[in-house]
Design a protein around this ligand. Structure first.
Ligand SMILES: [Zn+2]
Length: 162
């Protein structure tokens, strides 16, 4: 049986672009939640949308601390990450009605981590047949606009959880 992969052509933008000289998961003073597509800020961890998603609603949950050492995170931080993953699942379920989810971490480049210097969990909603999904709107600009629309809807739901 061949393994099916999600077809996400916009990810080529990510693969081809020059790597930024800063960590995209770390705070920049001038940035706002809406410009970074942050959905929820906890005490030690936060939820952010993936700019180069494998699927609509692809979220990431990560600590504020810039570290590639998952084992070194305190149990308090790990507990908060798990709570934020729970909240992400319930918000995505409510708003996007997916048929399933992929949850996980890629630790290290060898394991497929795109950002291997800052640990993060992926929360990817899945729909029946989405491996054959061919996005009509694969122009980058249009795609970013789509992300912003999704951010607005998801953010409202996350705010309701507070
Ligand atoms: Zn970082």
């Amino acid at each position: 049986m061949t393994k099916e992969h999600l077809w996400a052509p916009w990810r080529i933008e990510y693969i081809l672009q020059e790597k930024p000289d800063y960590c995209v998961l770390c705070e920049k003073k001038e940035s706002s939640d809406s410009s970074r597509l942050i959905l929820k800020r906890g005490k030690d961890a936060f939820v952010i949308m993936n700019l180069f998603p494998y699927n609509n609603g692809h979220l990431m949950v990560c600590p504020y601390e810039h570290t590639n050492d998952y084992l070194a995170l305190s149990s308090e931080v790990k507990t908060e990450i798990m709570t934020l993953i729970d909240e992400s699942l319930s918000v995505l379920k409510k708003l996007m009605n997916p048929d399933g989810f992929n949850l996980g971490m890629n630790l290290g480049k060898t394991a497929g981590a795109g950002i291997d210097e800052h640990v993060h969990w992926h929360v990817v909603p899945r729909w029946n047949g989405d491996t054959n999904f061919m996005p009509v709107l694969n122009h980058t600009k249009v795609h970013v606009e789509g992300l912003r629309e999704t951010w607005k809807k998801l953010r409202l739901e996350f705010d309701l959880l507070k």
